[in-house]
Design a protein. Sequence first.
Length: 115
Amino acid sequence: MKPAADDFLPLAPAMLHILLSLAAEDMHGYGIMQEVARQSDGRYKLGPGTLYDNLQRLMKQGLVQEAGAGSEDSRRRYYRLSSLGRRVLSAEIERLEAVVNEARLYLTPPKTRRA
């Protein structure tokens, strides 16, 4: 039986950022760290230990696959989002959108009525 995308939710922040960085193209580790920093405007930074620990976990879960060596440097390992990883990322984005929409309901000031 195939695992359901919801079985992996909610994602830890590091995992979410890694999957998001791999959504557009295959990347090597340093490229992932740079993309995470770029996407978050520098507010979220992954260190090498956090990155590679999470990449190993994501590969074990089948969300990320090793894509082989890149053309510019055969020593670097490249990673890609698997089809399951793409489904999990989509499900997490939907979940987060629902959370944000719910939060907006509570943060919107009530309208006052005029007498």
